[in-house]
Structures are given as C-alpha cells and as structure tokens.
Design a protein around this ligand. Structure first.
Ligand SMILES: CC(C)(COP(=O)(O)OP(=O)(O)OC[C@H]1O[C@@H](n2cnc3c(N)ncnc32)[C@H](O)[C@@H]1OP(=O)(O)O)[C@@H](O)C(=O)NCCC(=O)NCCS
Length: 157
C-alpha cells in the first residue's frame, strides 16, 4: 500500500482532530489527564492547530495511505524571551494509528520532523512524554532522545 508523507492541508483538519483525540486518550492512559479529549477540546485543538499553522508557529506532517491519514507529527520552535546558546524545537504530538504500528512509520515521521527542525536552525529537539507511556519512552530513547527534565506534580485539591 502506498504511503505518502506530506504537509497538512486545510481539508485534513477534521480527520487530524480525531487522531488527536485518540492520542490524548492513549498517550495519557494510566496517568493524570490534563486535557480530556472531549468534543469541546477536540474543537479547541483543531482551531488552535489551524491558526498556529497559519501563523507559521507549528508545522504538521501527515502520513496518508489510500486517502486516509494514518499518522501525524506536529512540531515547531519553542521561543523564549531569555537568551540561550540553543534554539529549541519541540515535538508536540506524534501519533500512528494502531494498525500501522511497528512498521517504522513513527520513526519516519519523527525523522522528517527532526530534519525540518534542523533545516529551520534548531540545535535541539525536546518532547514531553507521560511517565506511564512506556511505549513512547522506549520509542524516543531508541531514536536517540535522552532523559532531560522530569516534571513532578502534586495535587492541591
Ligand atoms: C509511539 C508511536 C508513535 C510509535 O510508532 P510506530 O510507528 O509503532 O514506531 P516504529 O515502528 O517506528 O518503532 C521504532 C522503534 O521504537 C520502539 N518501539 C515502538 N513501539 C514499541 C513497543 N510497543 N514496545 C517496545 N518498543 C517499541 C522499537 O524499538 C521500534 O523499533 P523495532 O520495531 O525495530 O523494534 C506509536 O506507538 C503511537 O502512536 N503511540 C500512541 C501515541 C503516543 O504515545 N505518542 C507519543 C507521545 S507524543
């Protein structure tokens, strides 16, 4: 089956937002869900992506097979008002539909995103992964990412 990796088109947004819902359900399973994938949040995410892509703040690459989006990666530069010797790119989302996993697609999407970030002048790429998401941790470490910052959380109510 032919697989094409290409930039997002406006007509992909509805399907992409449903993939974000699946990512949010799965990526945080077993842990604290900061952004529950409700219809309201799916709509908000979709609106944010459309405007952030339009403003050039983030980019999305989608993997398409037989007219269906089977995976995507969303990434961009993390800007800061502080001076740093490093320009930092961020992988915000990476998702592959379950039936397409373990065939190298996640690695392909990630490598394309990292190449784009490098071409944009980024020195580093970071990604936040829920500590409960063992698969994603294994995946990123396998692809050369090292443990860097650990976010701790304390419930106040
Ligand atoms: C993480 C994810 C994107 C990986 O996609 P994928 O297409 O299955 O990944 P690949 O086939 O490119 O795997 C590359 C390597 O990662 C590691 N890996 C991937 N899935 C793994 C699993 N279930 N268990 C252990 N290692 C795994 C392996 O080392 C694998 O190489 P191998 O298949 O030669 O052993 C996919 O599992 C996913 O969409 N998960 C849900 C969303 C998510 O958690 N995203 C990350 C947070 S942003």
């Amino acid at each position: 089956m032919e697989l094409v990796i290409r930039p997002l088109r406006p007509e992909d947004l509805s399907e992409l937002a449903e993939l974000w819902r699946a990512l949010a359900l799965e990526g945080a399973s077993g842990g604290l869900v900061l952004y529950p994938p409700t219809d309201e949040n799916v709509a908000r995410w979709r609106k944010w992506v459309a405007s952030a892509v339009e403003r050039g703040e983030v980019q999305v690459l989608v993997a398409e097979a037989s007219g269906r989006i089977v995976g995507y990666v969303l990434f961009g530069e993390r800007k800061s008002p502080l001076l740093s010797p490093y320009r930092r790119g961020v992988i915000y989302d990476l998702y592959v539909r379950p039936s397409w996993r373990r065939r190298g697609l996640g690695a392909r999407l990630l490598k394309e995103a990292l190449s784009s970030l490098r071409a944009m002048g980024m020195d580093l790429a970071t990604v936040s992964v829920a500590i409960t998401n063992r698969v994603a941790l294994e995946f990123y470490r396998r692809l050369g990412f090292e443990d860097f910052v650990l976010t701790l959380v304390k419930r106040l109510r």
